[in-house]
Structure formats: C-alpha cells, structure tokens
Design a protein around this ligand. Structure first.
Ligand code: KG4
Ligand code: ZN
Length: 334
C-alpha cells in the first residue's frame, strides 16, 4: 500500500492544533497554538474566548503546518478532525474548517473521537499490539479500557464523578497555583512529604473510581485551616493528594491486569504527562511482567498528531464522514 498522509485538526478545548501524520505512526509536522496564557487570566478555559481564538488562528496554523512539513494539499490523502467530545464552540471551528478543506480540495473526511486520539497517540511511539489495557486520564476522563483490536473498546470502569485532571486543577486552585493546575501541582508535590491523611478515592475492588470526595476533603481542609488562622503546608498537601490520587489509578490498573491477564498496558490523556504517575505505573507493570508504553510528553496533552494517528485505521477501513458532519460536545467512545 502506498504511504498515506493525513492532515489532522484538533480544536476541542484551548489548543488550535494541526498535524500531518504518515501511515498513522509518524508525525511529519505538528503545530500547537496554545491559548493557555489568555485563559490563565481567568483561572480556566473561557469557552467563548476559546472558540473566537480558534477562528482567528486556524488559517495561520494550516499555513504553518503545510509550510513546515514542506507539503501541499495535493500530497494529502484525507482530512481528519476531532468532532467530539469537547467544548461545542471550539469543536465547531475545527469541524467547519476540516469540512471546508476536504470539500475544496476534494479529499475524504474522517471524524475522530478525541479520546480515541489520546489512545492512538501511543502509535506515534510504538505501534500498539493487542490485547492491551488502556488507562485514560485527562481533564474530562478517568477510565480503564480493554482493547482487543483497533477501535475495540471495552469499558471496564472509570470515575463515577470527577475526572482526575479536573481534581488536579481544583487542588491547584485552592493551593493558589496558576492554570493549568496539573503540572504545577506535580512540581509543588516534589518539594513536599506525605503528611496529610486524605480519603482513598474508592476503597473497593471494582474498576470504578471516585475523585469528588478527595477533592472536597482538600477544599474543606484548606478552608477550615484558613478560618482557624492556621498555615497550610502547601507542598505537603500537594504531595499527599498526588500520592492518594495516583495510588488509586495504580491499584485499579493492577486489578484489571490480573483479572484480564493482559501483557501490555498504555496510558493516555493529559495527566499521562505526570512523571510521578508514569513512574508508579511503570513500577507496577514491571512487577507484573507487563510491557508499558506511554506517549512522548508532546503527544500527551491535546495535539493534532494523535488525531491523525487515530484517523489512520478509519482511513484503512474506508470509514469516512460525510461533508455534513456535525460537532458533538459529548459523544462517548465507549
Ligand atoms: O488531555 P488533556 O490535555 O485535555 C482533555 O482532554 O481534558 O488533559 C488536560 C488535563 C488538565 O486537567 C491538566 O491539568 C492535566 O491534564 N495535566 C496534568 C499534567 N499535565 C496536564 N495533570 C497532572 N500532572 C501533569 N503533569
Ligand atoms: Zn484531551
């Protein structure tokens, strides 16, 4: 089969990103224009501002991606885009942009689920072999998935309330750390020790998790101490939180590995950029003789290369979207 080049677009949250991906495994060029500094002024993503900024930036990001890849649209085989889940206004900009390019240049269109994108980011490191256990940890998802083949997602369990990324961001807020919270909590935790006694997210043997209790206990602890005029040891609290939050992911992943006897595991989503999580999961997989694969840091958080990687199996199967594709804020993958 001849080489397949996919132009991919990702705009589901606050990154305007495009990439050209070869055969689903090799990123020719990735452009990520982040709006982080703008949203940091508000302590989180403001949807209306995000979609307006995507609109202003898509043309520039497209030009830059083709120029840096030294390619023209004639060499592109298909256009892929994130259509769900995400912020509606942000998704619409990417979807309309992809539809326009595909229609004008007469290319097939591929609709990609954002979470499939996070999972397939792993193919940019090393092609996934099945069966495998996928741990998806992002701002909106915390799930354990069993994959027996391409696009075969069996949902084993996940958070019943808040996602772990959301929890990191909330803890950052109460600790007075700037947006985006996750990386800042990770950094602060390095300076602390585990001295706060916090509730375990879900102390059972199911594959479900719950992070809202942990989040609330930290918010309450900080408020109570502030009201009493007591100092909070912020690095210690960050460390105690991270230990408990990550330990739950490791414990539940290990249960799934044992129950389904899988020999391979991957991590996906923004929180997979966390070095402590990567280290703890690696220790557990080594202990169980399981091969672990994690995306490079640039492919962990939102980017279009992962969308190009996830689009490739759909291209091979001929699963194309029609030119009247719509964005969908909450279509789940599993
Ligand atoms: O996958 P992602 O970029 O966007 C979503 O699809 O949600 O994930 C964003 C989430 C945010 O909650 C962010 O704080 C978290 O991933 N995150 C981290 C780290 N880097 C990003 N959380 C903990 N440690 C990190 N190093
Ligand atoms: Zn994401």
């Amino acid at each position: 089969m001849k080489d397949v080049y996919i132009l991919a677009i990702e705009s589901s949250c606050d990154e305007t990103s495009m990439a050209i991906v070869k055969n689903g495994t090799e990123c020719v060029h990735l452009t990520v224009l982040t709006q982080m500094d703008t949203h940091a002024n508000f302590g989180g993503v403001v949807p209306e501002i995000a979609s307006r900024m995507h609109t202003e930036n898509v043309t520039m990001v497209l030009e830059e991606t083709l120029t840096k890849a030294n390619m023209t649209m004639d060499q592109i085989d298909a256009v892929a885009v994130t259509y769900s889940p995400g912020l509606m206004g942000s998704l619409i900009v990417g979807v309309e942009c992809a539809k326009t390019i595909a229609y004008v240049c007469n290319k097939p269109l591929i609709a990609v689920n954002h979470i499939a994108g996070h999972i397939y980011a792993n193919n940019l490191e090393k092609k996934m072999e099945f069966p495998l256990l996928a741990l998806v940890v992002s701002g909106g998802h915390t799930d354990l998935i069993l994959m027996k083949g391409d696009y075969e997602f069996e949902h084993l369990g996940g958070t019943l309330d808040d996602a772990i990324g959301e929890c990191y961001d909330k803890v950052a807020r109460v600790l007075g750390l700037p947006y985006p919270g996750g990386p800042n909590v990770e950094k602060m935790a390095l300076e602390g020790k585990h001295s706060y006694d916090l509730p375990i997210p879900m102390n059972d043997d199911s594959f479900n998790m719950s992070y809202s209790g942990l989040k609330s206990s930290i918010i309450n602890l900080v408020h109570n101490e502030q009201q009493r005029g007591n100092e909070i040891n912020k690095p210690d609290l960050a460390r105690s939180f991270q230990d408990v939050a990550v330990d739950e992911l490791v414990r539940k992943s290990e249960l799934a590995i044992k129950k389904y006897n899988v020999k391979r595991m991957i991590i996906a989503g923004g929180v997979s950029a966390n070095k402590f999580l990567r280290g703890q999961i690696k220790e557990m997989t080594d202990r169980n003789g399981v091969e672990l694969s994690v995306p490079s840091f640039i492919y962990c958080t939102d980017n279009a290369a992962m969308i190009g990687a996830a689009a490739y199996p759909l291209y091979v199967k001929g699963e194309f979207a029609s030119y009247d594709l719509n964005a969908n804020s909450c279509e789940e993958l599993y």
